[in-house]
Design a protein around this ligand. Structure first.
Ligand SMILES: NC(=O)c1ccc[n+]([C@@H]2O[C@H](COP(=O)([O-])OP(=O)(O)OC[C@H]3O[C@@H](n4cnc5c(N)ncnc54)[C@H](OP(=O)(O)O)[C@@H]3O)[C@@H](O)[C@H]2O)c1
Length: 240
């Protein structure tokens, strides 16, 4: 029987690339996202071996019902994302910070709790955080705080949930639809600046994260790590 992996936030970007990669690994893949149209498009692209559900990771009851319906899973990847709460620290509205925390820290926590109910005892859980957690970029205190909070849980959960393995990948700038909130020229400007500063000289592709996640899913002696997949940008503060 093939292993089953669930990708919460698997209908776009990093999650979708991870789904494609995991199908190649021979696993049964289940993806989720909120938008049913996006879900249908993702399932059409993924083809045989993939199924999915439209469910909001912020909804505790819905997540428990979704995972409960699967009965048993071997691995879970949690890639959902929230609002950015970007802007100078002095003027971040509390409501924006709450929304950012709700969309990432709370949503990823709810998804992980629901996944644990059906996760194989020595299966794996992989969170997707963000390089902004440690990048010290003015104007990103909200984003940094929310992602750092998820990263802080990783070692704790690696011990608390053992023998399940718990890890995270921490992306730098990756060219995905996440950036659609910027107009095309602002987006290109951001990408160009990052590519210029990052040691590897380019922005990332979702595939790079899918590769790193594939490693963590299969690395049975690795738990409690946050793996940077950022082209070295964390070494160059101006890169992000
Ligand atoms: N792209 C980057 O440069 C970058 C950099 C650092 C960190 N990251 C992190 O990487 C992760 C994946 O980002 P991405 O770039 O792949 O973004 P993306 O292309 O926008 O994909 C996000 C996925 O999450 C789903 N999602 C979002 N909120 C959800 C919710 N509440 N419930 C269920 N599904 C939800 C989306 O589907 P629906 O919208 O239909 O729900 C979609 O499938 C995020 O955690 C993001 O913060 C990305």
């Amino acid at each position: 029987m093939s292993e089953r992996i669930v990708i919460v936030g698997g209908t776009s970007g990093i999650g979708l690339a991870t789904a494609e990669r995991q199908l190649l690994e021979g696993r049964e893949v289940v993806v989720t996202g909120r938008d049913p149209v996006r879900l249908d498009a993702a399932l059409e692209r993924l083809g045989k071996g993939a199924t999915g559900a439209s469910v909001d990771a912020r909804d505790e009851e819905a997540m428990r019902a979704f995972f409960g319906g699967l009965e048993r899973i071997d691995h879970a990847v949690i890639a959902v994302t929230g609002a950015t709460a970007a802007g100078p620290f002095s003027s971040i509205p509390a409501a924006a910070l709450r929304e950012a925390a709700e969309g990432k820290l709370i949503a990823q926590t709810i998804a992980a709790q629901a996944a644990m109910e059906v996760l194989r005892s020595d299966g794996s859980l992989t969170f997707v955080t963000a390089g902004s957690a440690g990048a010290a970029i003015p104007g990103t205190a909200g984003l940094a705080a929310v992602n750092a909070a998820v990263e802080a849980m990783v070692p704790v959960l690696a011990v608390e949930l053992a023998p399940a393995r718990v890890n995270a990948v921490s992306p730098g700038i990756i060219d995905t639809p996440w950036w659609d909130w910027l107009d095309p020229s602002a987006r290109q400007q951001t990408f160009d600046a990052y590519a210029k500063a990052a040691p590897v000289g380019r922005v990332g592709r979702a595939q790079y994260l899918a590769d790193a996640i594939a490693y963590l899913v299969d690395a049975t002696f690795t738990s409690g790590v946050v793996l940077a997949v950022d082209g070295g940008s964390r070494l160059v503060p101006s890169a992000l």
